[in-house]
Design a protein around this ligand. Structure first.
Ligand code: ADP
Length: 314
């Protein structure tokens, strides 16, 4: 697991990083701790960083990027790491992206601890008092004046990373104003959800999505088919009715025969056919001509025969 803890000084990054280290067996990489160690050891980096740190300024990007590049190469970082205090500027974040990419590694999440500034000042004051009470050396930059400088730097240089990682869909923001235990629990929830989605095999995720898609498509197709079917039935019924009406009218068949055909061809058309037959017969009778009466006779015979057969069978 590779994480970044983002938040202003005093937000509780160090405290929460410790919990994550215990739970996930990863290392905490704090650039602040590394720089303080370098200052203490009097290394070239330490000499460069000393005054900058004491005044609350930021150590040059290339210095911290160099430190991180070397540190993540060490064996204990192979299992994953939590970056605390790095990246602190957009160029550092871009350098980290490049670095991880060149090693074929990916970042899992960026956890932002959001706190209000008034609370930060009170927290740092309490921290200073507690350290003094324990007889510990207080950090040179842990004074109210330097703290406001560190806060100003955070707002100007580090806060843009919230958008930077938000756009990359890596950001999880947690309310850092809650108690330490609650914040720990909230971070745990985020990390558990991450591990769950990472543990789910990609294969099983895809077919599920595919299955759902196929089901949807099948449903749509079947809806389309039944709509088509209904349309076809409607059309056929209409056509049958039309044919019957036309024939019946043309041939002026007797009431019973026409009605029988209409009934046989299409039920809903029967009534129409009856009416049409009645009208046709009346028309034929009015005309009384041979041309119009001959086919009528023929059809009548046929119909009578058919009707007879039907009656016999039934
Ligand atoms: P904070 O409690 O302010 O987060 P840190 O312990 O992380 O403090 O860092 C202490 C000081 O070390 C910072 O004020 C800064 O001068 C320097 N520093 C730490 N990390 C970085 C970094 N990524 N880039 C530049 N400077 C850094």
């Amino acid at each position: 697991m590779r994480l970044i803890l983002l938040g202003p000084p005093g937000a509780g990054k160090g405290t929460q990083a410790q919990h994550i280290v215990e739970r996930h067996g990863v290392v905490q990489l704090s650039t602040g701790d590394m720089l303080r160690a370098a200052v203490k050891a009097g290394t070239p980096v330490g000499l460069k960083a000393k005054d900058i740190m004491a005044s609350g300024g930021l150590v040059p990007d290339e210095v911290v990027v160099g430190i991180i590049a070397d540190r993540i190469e060490e064996p204990d970082a192979k299992n994953g790491f939590i970056l605390d205090g790095f990246p602190r500027t957009v160029p550092q974040a871009e350098a980290l992206d490049k670095l991880l990419k060149s090693k074929g590694l990916a970042l899992d999440a960026v956890i932002e601890l959001r706190v209000n500034e008034g609370a930060l000042l009170r927290r740092v004051e309490t921290r200073i008092a507690e350290m003094k009470a324990r007889g510990e050396a207080v950090r040179a930059d842990d004074t109210p004046e330097v703290l406001s400088q560190r806060l100003a730097n955070y707002r100007a240089q580090t806060e843009p990373l919230v958008d930077y990682y938000g756009e990359k869909r890596k950001l999880a923001t947690i309310d850092g104003m809650k108690s330490i235990e609650e914040v720990t629990a909230d971070i745990k929830r985020v990390l558990d959800a991450l591990s769950e989605s990472a543990a789910r095999p990609v294969k099983s995720r895809k077919p599920a999505a595919k299955k759902a898609k196929a089901k949807k498509a099948a449903k749509a197709a079947s809806a389309g088919r039944s709509a088509k079917k209904a349309k076809a039935v409607k059309k056929a019924t209409k056509k049958a009715a039309k044919t019957v009406v036309k024939k019946a009218a043309k041939k002026a068949a007797p009431k019973r025969a026409a009605a029988q055909k209409a009934k046989k061809s299409a039920k809903p058309a029967a009534r129409k056919a009856k009416t049409a037959a009645r009208r046709g017969a009346a028309k034929g009778a009015r005309r009384g001509s041979k041309a119009s009466s001959r086919p009528v006779k023929k059809v009548t015979k046929k119909r009578a025969k058919a009707a007879g057969r039907l009656t016999k069978r039934g």
